[in-house]
Design a protein. Structure first.
Length: 84
């Protein structure tokens, strides 16, 4: 890699505010705020609105959409156009 053209890749804490969960990983994200982590080091912290801890797909609370029957329900509600 060429020197001086890439952003700094360093440890960053991502904090999911909805689930009160934080994890330490490496990223090029920057932040003015910092947090003291469990190891006693201070790292930049990036607040995120959703992560694997609060996302409905990963938590098992995702709604399954009924794709079969949606067209029929639409046609029942608004009528079927013949011809067109």
């Amino acid at each position: 890699m060429r020197k001086g053209i890439h952003p700094e890749y360093r440890p960053v804490v991502f904090r999911d505010r909805a689930a009160d969960y934080a994890f330490l990983t490496r990223s090029t994200m920057t932040s003015e705020r910092t947090i003291e982590w469990e190891d006693g080091q201070t790292y930049p912290v990036v607040d995120v609105e959703i992560s694997n801890v609060s996302h409905p797909f990963y938590t098992g609370t995702a709604r399954v959409l009924d794709t079969a029957g949606r067209v029929e329900r639409f046609e029942r509600r608004y009528g079927r156009r013949d011809g067109a």
